[in-house]
Design a protein. Structure first.
Lengths: 175, 154
């Protein structure tokens, strides 16, 4: 489950013009940026634009990332948040109102979703699958077992294992 | 909202393990489901690399008409491939070009040369400035880099 390359290292390589590192960052974070933008902007089209702007900013300003100032995930979150805020303030896009929920949403909540969704990507598929079904599909554990065609006990074991892995990966967020 | 005990079987777990899982549970609930990535965003797109060009420094003097009189000197450049890029045909409105297509570069150059020759034949000193080819700026291809404004004296 451990990653070969950290986010910070990918950012540094991107700063040097490494396109494969940039692609890796995109694979890891495009969905997260889109989710964050969608929560803040409430419009899929504008959220897509914000994702494009975020990655353009990452490509252009990766050189400003300083590893000693924090992990890469925090830097990426800040870049994404700035791009989304810019998009929200853009006069050209004024007609779409910022949803009340998005306006009220504190920064920390966005960061939590960002971190949780990121570490979910690191779970083995079979663990991520039971988490997604249990939390976001509304299925009971018996229904998850039936859906996946596995014993109920296996669902319980995988769920506990997944939560334990997530707890390890989330570390400081649990503190 | 799904309760912790509906999702996680804590039988046999130590209290601190159960508490840790509950924290994760709370974060999962707070985070909500991940968004589905639109197909258009599935592949990364590296922003177009802009070629940074150094525009030639203009001579420290004013160019252009400064009054009515005999024309003595002009600053010119010959048309180049900068004028006939395929982007101008595809996006002719953006580039203030023509839907009819690009000009015939050879003919264009010949016409400009002819004009410069007329100037020279009439005693005008013709100074040439060569634009970089290709020329691209922050907003796209630069069609007429020779039209860049000369630096004004303070």
């Amino acid at each position: 489950m451990s990653e070969v390359t950290s986010d910070g290292e990918l950012i540094l390589r991107t700063a040097g013009g490494d396109r494969s590192a940039f692609d890796d960052l995109h694979r890891r974070y495009a969905r997260l940026v889109f989710g964050l933008a969608l929560r803040r902007l409430g419009d899929r089209g504008r959220a897509e634009d914000a994702v494009q702007e975020t990655f353009a900013s990452i490509w252009r300003s990766a050189g400003s990332y300083k590893p000693d100032r924090g992990p890469g995930a925090r830097w990426l979150y800040a870049v994404a948040r700035n791009a989304i805020v810019d998009r929200a303030r853009s006069r050209a896009d004024v007609p779409a109102e910022i949803p009340e929920r998005a306006a009220r949403e504190p920064d920390e909540q966005g960061w939590i979703a960002w971190r949780v969704h990121r570490v979910l990507q690191e779970l083995p598929d079979r663990e991520r699958e039971v988490i997604a079904l249990a939390y976001w599909s509304g299925l009971s554990q018996s229904e998850v077992a039936e859906f996946l065609g596995i014993p109920l006990g296996t669902v319980k074991t995988r769920t506990r294992s997944a939560l334990a892995h997530l707890a390890d990966l989330l570390g400081e967020e649990l503190a | 909202m799904r309760e912790f005990h509906h999702i996680v079987d804590i039988d046999g777990l130590l209290p601190e393990e159960a508490a840790r899982m509950r924290l994760v549970h709370d974060l999962l609930v707070e985070a909500g489901p991940p968004a589905d990535l639109p197909a258009a965003l599935e592949r990364s797109t590296v922003p177009t690399e802009a070629q940074v060009i150094d525009f030639p420094l203009m001579p420290p003097r004013r160019w252009g008409a400064e009054g009515i009189g005999t024309l003595t000197e002009v600053l010119v450049s010959r048309p180049t491939e900068n004028e006939i890029r395929p982007e101008y045909v595809a996006e002719w409105r953006y580039y203030y070009s023509s839907a009819a297509g690009n000009a015939d570069l050879g003919r264009l150059q010949a016409q400009f040369d002819e004009y410069y020759a007329v100037l020279a034949d009439n005693g005008v000193r013709v100074s040439y400035i060569e634009p970089p080819v290709p020329a691209i700026g922050a907003c796209g291809w630069i069609k007429n880099p020779r039209h860049a404004r000369p630096r004004r004296r303070p």
